[in-house]
Design a protein around this ligand. Structure first.
Ligand code: GAL
Length: 312
């Protein structure tokens, strides 16, 4: 009888441990980054991974290397592995539907980050959502940084702000909106503008340097302002501005977005006009919190937006 009792007790304890183990099984998160070779997304993914681990999740992060096929394969691999939730920074925002279809077939929710899919694509399934920032706000802030300068961006005093625009990847809504809204802020304030040059630098410092050098060689002193869709390209542009013997704040203005540490220091030292904080900490924490909730069965809102902040 005693033996039987002991056996029953052991069985109950074992069952309890199994239940405990099941209850404590960590949430498995698969994170797809569009490419590792990107200043801002490096800060973002590092914080995202750190925070998810702090929250007790099991995390795997992969590099899409700027190739949508590669990323789609990675999504398939995560699904086959049985992750509980995906966090996806698309290589191409137009591929959102293809990724949503794969995830939906396996009933695995997706939190899209950084590269916003179209509003229509976001309606494809109730278990997908987007966490990011509204790039119109960052563009407007870039324009406001120029409006806040003593001559409102017009060094030559001829009543027109002659500008150069160095764009990110034009397929990315962040690049489109920053390009449009930075200038809109000026024209809305009644400022006349003249676009001298506009080309894509794909967010990369080397390309920012190259394009700014080309624009400076072609238009020289005519240029009042160089707008860069991000800080990486602005750092490159600054090298070319210096090489051309120009000085930010004295005869030219330069603005970026992201507020990389290096750029914030330059802004405070007066070597760059300003930047806009793209809050990778706020965005990555929100993305992780939402991922954990949806992995637990919650239905997300469609959009979670984190504010940009002007830095000057
Ligand atoms: C933007 C950011 C850029 C680049 C891009 C990638 O929000 O400002 O620097 O990281 O995302 O999609």
């Amino acid at each position: 009888m005693k033996k039987l009792l002991a056996l029953v007790l052991v069985a109950i304890m074992a069952l309890g441990m199994v239940q405990l183990a099941v209850a404590e099984a960590p949430i498995k998160v698969g994170v797809c980054i569009y490419k590792y070779d990107d200043n801002f997304m490096t800060l973002y993914r590092t914080e995202l991974e750190r925070y998810l681990k702090e929250k007790g999740c099991e995390v795997t992060v992969v590099d899409g290397k700027g190739d949508q096929n590669e990323q789609t394969n990675q999504v398939n691999a995560f699904i086959a592995e049985g992750v509980d939730v995906l966090i996806v920074n698309l290589v191409q925002s137009t591929s959102a539907n293809a990724i949503t279809d794969l995830a939906k077939a396996a009933n695995i929710p997706v939190v899209y980050i950084n590269r916003e899919p179209s509003a229509e694509d976001m309606q494809a399934w109730e278990k997908i959502c987007y966490v990011g920032a509204d790039a119109r706000q960052s563009g407007t802030m870039q324009g406001n940084l120029i409006l806040d300068t003593p001559n409102k961006g017009d060094f030559k005093g001829d009543g027109v702000v002659d500008y150069v625009m160095i764009m990110g990847d034009p397929e990315n809504i962040d690049a489109q909106y920053r390009t449009e809204y930075s200038i809109k802020a000026l024209t809305d304030a009644g400022i006349k503008v003249n676009k001298l040059f506009e080309q894509r630098g794909d967010w990369a410092q080397e390309k920012g340097q190259e394009l700014a050098a080309t624009a400076l060689a072609q238009f020289g002193d005519q240029i009042d302002v160089i707008f860069c869709n991000n800080d990486g390209m602005a750092l490159g542009a600054l090298q070319s501005i210096k090489a051309a013997g120009r000085t930010v704040g004295k005869d030219i203005y330069l603005v970026g977005v992201d507020a990389l540490d290096e750029v914030v220091e330059l802004v405070h030292a007066g070597e760059m006009t300003g930047t806009v904080l793209n809050d990778h900490i706020g965005q990555s924490h929100k993305a992780a919190d939402v991922a954990i909730e949806v992995a637990g069965g919650a239905i997300p809102e469609k959009n979670y937006t984190v504010d940009y902040v002007m830095v000057k």
